[in-house]
Design a protein around this ligand. Structure first.
Ligand SMILES: [Zn+2]
Length: 103
């Protein structure tokens, strides 16, 4: 029997996208007071994206660590360098590298 695929409606996906943007905005606002709270917001946003099969926009992908899912702020818990036509994000918490090509 073929695997059933339930497509999520556009309306729920639109609401989920708005939620993700809101959660990232809140994470940015609360980072200075409580960084654990912003990590929690990132966790929630990731869960919403996975549930509704939404791809995270590339601007938001650079704001959290792919390995430990912490909210990254350059200068606070993340190092940003340019090397060989790539932007390299280095998470200080778990020592994970993320490389993004520059066009
Ligand atoms: Zn990390």
């Amino acid at each position: 029997m073929p695997k059933r695929y339930f497509k999520k409606s556009n309306k729920t996906q639109r609401i989920a996208k708005a939620r993700i943007n809101l959660l990232f905005r809140l994470a940015k606002e609360h980072f200075r007071e409580d960084s654990k709270l912003s990590d929690k917001y990132v966790k929630m946003a990731r869960r919403i994206a996975m549930k509704h099969k939404i791809r995270m926009p590339s601007s938001l992908k650079k704001q959290f660590c792919k390995s430990c899912h912490r909210f990254l702020v350059p200068g606070a818990n993340c190092r940003v360098r340019i090397h060989k036509h790539r932007i390299i994000y280095y998470c200080i918490g778990c020592k994970h590298f993320m490389r993004h090509p520059v066009k």
